[in-house]
Design a protein around this ligand. Structure first.
Ligand code: PLP
Length: 399
């Protein structure tokens, strides 16, 4: 038996690999600070946990409708109306086993061999792999720090061909935290309006984690002419600190939602019934804590950006959202570690950070844009301060 050709086209998630390595070192008693993981350190809110417990007690422990219980679809419709001024009917909403599953379903249900998917880099690690698994071709459009890690309309235009099936837009972004303004989305929308064969996968997973007075917007809202060919994707994982519950969802055209349900009916079946009940509570319950948590993330961002910019050779832009920063390490390439190892790539630098400074970050190469690294600041200010001090010391020790 050999693994399939489809499996051979993908790699294990590099971000999950870093988390696994950190856990291994910590189990061995080594004091390592993990800044590699993409999940909030906050707990799932009490009322959401209670709803899950109630669901178990009430016997809501059986199969449900394949792509979500009507009550949750109703809550999702209300969420899209409330937060995004978007109207979706029940048959335009799908519920999946996390946002990653929404991505997998949408791509596998629509992409044929040779179809192209435009992915701005730096990108979330799963986009190109899922496209490749489906037999599609990721077309990477690079957007570096000099342009705020955001794709320009001209770059988007240049990446689109007659074979383009999807363009993926992720704002605020994993891994950079960069977020598109309304005007920037409209400018990208003008390009997309000229290419009617192209669909838009709008990944809004970090919608509620935005800072200062940044106004979050999603493309189907600001470019109504694109509503019919946009899949607006979101989930409970990041906003409601529910990464383990596995609930992702999307709104889009009824035929696409039906196609996703068909695929899901032959793979996972319904998302966990208990998690669905908890998601109803998350989406319909109090929303004020979202802003409070965003404020906590904001002061962590300010701390991390300031401390990393004081490190020799690092240059760290100040993002508008998510809980990541993506400093450039260009200023350190070519230097040598105290142990005599030449830093010739961002991978070499994060290896040095882990081995010598006991801080885990993820190399930019994993996200398609080097030389840089992703640092997740979804951890306490005390740990962040210690981690940044260690990074400063490690940078200063390079020759
Ligand atoms: N989209 C982005 C941009 C993400 O960063 C993630 C998680 O890291 C997801 C989607 C998927 O989240 P989950 O599958 O945990 O719901």
């Amino acid at each position: 038996m050999q693994p399939s050709a489809a499996l051979a086209r993908i790699s294990p998630s590099p971000t999950l690999a870093v988390s696994a390595r950190v856990m291994e070192l910590q189990r061995a008693g080594i004091d390592v600070i993990g800044l590699g993981a993409g999940e909030p350190d906050f707990d799932t809110p009490e009322h959401v946990k209670e709803a899950g417990i109630r669901a178990i007690r009430d016997g809501r422990t059986k199969y449900t409708q394949v792509d979500g219980i009507p009550e949750l679809k109703e809550a999702i419709r209300a969420k899209f109306a409330r937060d995004n001024a978007l109207t979706y009917a029940q048959d335009q909403v799908t519920v999946n086993v996390g946002g990653k599953h929404t991505l997998f379903n949408a791509i596998v249900a629509t992409v044929d061999a040779g179809d192209e998917v435009v992915i701005p880099a730096p990108y979330w690690v799963s986009y190109p792999d899922v496209v490749q698994f489906a037999g599609g071709v990721p077309v990477i459009a690079s957007a570096g720090p000099e342009q705020g890690y955001k794709l320009t309309p001209a770059e988007l235009q240049a990446a689109i061909t007659p074979r383009t099936k999807w363009v993926i837009l992720n704002s605020p972004s994993n891994p950079t935290g960069a977020a598109y303004s309304v005007a920037e989305l409209r400018a990208l929308g003008e390009v997309l309006a000229r290419h009617p064969q192209v669909w838009i996968f709008a990944d809004d997973m970090y919608e509620h984690i935005v800072y200062d007075d940044f106004r979050f917007a999603t493309i189907a809202e600001v470019c109504p002419e694109l509503y019919d060919r946009t899949l607006t994707v979101n989930g409970c994982s990041k906003a409601y600190a529910m990464t383990g519950w596995r609930i992702g969802f999307a709104g889009g055209g009824a035929w696409l939602i039906k196609a996703i349900a068909k695929l899901q009916s032959q793979s996972t079946s319904n998302p966990c019934s208990i998690a669905q009940a908890a998601a109803v509570a998350a989406l319909t319950g109090p929303q004020d804590f979202l802003k409070e948590r965003a404020r906590a993330f904001q002061s962590r961002r300010d701390l991390v950006v300031s401390m990393l910019n004081q490190a020799t050779g690092l240059s760290c832009p100040r993002p508008d959202g998510a809980f990541y920063v993506y400093p450039s390490v260009a200023g350190l390439i070519g230097r040598t570690t105290p142990g005599g190892v030449m830093i010739d790539s961002d991978e070499a630098f994060v290896t040095y950070l882990l081995d010598d400074a006991r801080v885990a970050a993820v190399q930019g190469a994993a996200f398609g844009l080097s030389p840089g690294m992703r640092i997740s600041y979804a951890t306490s200010e005390d740990l962040l301060r210690t981690a940044c001090e260690r990074i400063q010391t490690a940078c200063a020790a390079l020759r």
